[in-house]
Ligand binder design. Structure first.
Ligand code: NAD
Length: 364
């Protein structure tokens, strides 16, 4: 199989879909690897490192044109849609339920699209997990930064100081992002509350976070009570493959402090605040009804040296299996098959099919 790795072109995205150690593994399995020149530079891997591992370093057109299996980090952007074709398998974060244009482009092109974020291993989403860990930790760091006046914030220190109260951080959704955000915020000595809607998860969080955070079962009333006291709200809910539920609605903005900061990490699945829209690091925040929203859709993109390695640790074993044979790899593992989002001109993932009922679908 010919495996290809393009350079990411989303704003402020410097991660890469494969590190040189992954090239070595693929070559050992008898595969050919093409890497776009400069693809790894932002993550600390130059062209020579890829060439030394056995990859052929080529230009952008060649990488897409000769790819049989293309691994990248973020979903293709509009200027890449023209490269999609029926004999291509794409392996990347796709978040299709929140992206109609890309879903249409993949269906029209007949591309086989396997999404990192819907691959399962039991209850875990193993290819989302490493980026969620990073985004969760960054959510607390970014909130701390954006509460400072030099970042346009209200001038609050996360941990307060002796005699002055710490900032109240409310994390909605206590999965991977939420847990890491809570741990990081509590490490900064904030006053942290985590809300989740799953009883089993609530018990796990209670054990895991101990005295570091309050853990509460989320319902409309609890959510509203917690929002009323919050300085920072971190949105981290997920219903795998589906668009995020809009838990914080526009009318809730009126109950928040006017200096509150909303960080919607779930923005890549459409956001869990009704008033969110995706932003980039070039202009990360905006205001609605006077409330600041931070909605960067590719948060880990700014820590590429950490993130590319963490991503590759998780994705490379799956990539090698796909390269050995796409159909066999998916047939052998129902959790891996849950990653199949589009194939043969139809939507194959139930969550994506539900988001776009008018597009051709054959959900597994
Ligand atoms: N913006 C970014 O750069 C970035 C990076 C990584 C992940 N993400 C996104 O962050 C989100 C969370 O990812 P994750 O890995 O933590 O998912 P996860 O599945 O580990 O956790 C989601 C949690 O939400 C909870 N939940 C579901 N419905 C809820 C509700 N109504 N109320 C309260 N809690 C509810 C679930 O019980 C679960 O614990 C996803 O949308 C993911 O795509 C964004």
């Amino acid at each position: 199989m010919r495996v290809a790795v393009p350079t990411e072109i989303k704003p402020a995205e410097r991660r890469v879909g494969l590190v040189p150690a992954g090239v070595t593994q693929l070559v050992r399995h008898g595969h050919e690897v093409l890497v776009e020149s400069g693809a790894g530079t932002g993550s600390g891997f130059d062209d020579d490192a890829y060439a030394a591992a056995g990859a052929e370093v080529v230009d952008r057109e060649t990488v897409w044109a000769r790819a049989e299996l293309l691994v990248k980090v973020k979903e293709p952007v509009a200027e890449e849609y023209g490269f999609l074709r029926p004999d291509l398998t794409l392996f990347a974060y796709l978040h299709l339920a929140a992206d109609r244009p890309l879903t249409e482009a993949l269906v029209a092109a007949g591309t086989t699209a396997v999404a990192f974020e819907t691959v399962r291993s039991g209850r875990i989403l193993p290819l989302l997990q490493p980026m969620s860990e990073i985004a969760g930790r960054l959510a607390a760091q970014s909130a701390a930064h954006h509460m400072q006046t030099n970042a346009g914030g209200p001038g609050l220190l996360m941990g307060g100081v002796p005699g002055v109260a710490a900032a109240k951080v409310v994390v909605v959704g206590g999965g991977t992002v939420g847990t890491q955000a809570a741990l990081m915020a509590s490490g900064l000595m904030a006053d942290v509350t985590v809300l989740d809607a799953n009883g089993a998860r609530i018990r796990e969080l209670n054990d895991l976070l101990g005295h570091r955070a309050r853990v509460l079962m989320s319902d409309e009333h609890v959510l509203e009570e917690e929002l009323a006291g919050a300085d920072v709200v971190i949105g981290a809910v997920l219903i795998p493959g589906a668009a995020a539920p809009k838990l914080v609605r526009r009318e809730h903005l009126a109950v928040l402090h006017d200096h509150a900061l909303l960080v919607d990490v779930a923005i890549d699945q459409g956001g869990c605040f009704e008033t969110s829209h995706p932003t980039t690091y070039d202009d990360p925040t905006f205001e609605v009804d006077g409330i600041t929203h931070y909605c960067v859709a590719n948060m880990p993109g700014v820590v590429p040296r950490t993130a590319s390695r963490a991503l590759a640790n998780a994705t490379t074993p799956y990539l090698v299996r796909l390269a050995d044979g796409v159909e066999q790899a998916l047939a052998a593992d129902p959790g891996f098959a849950a990653g199949l989002n589009v194939a043969g001109g139809t939507i194959r993932h139930p969550g994506v099919a539900q988001a776009f009922p008018d597009l051709p679908a054959q959900p597994a």
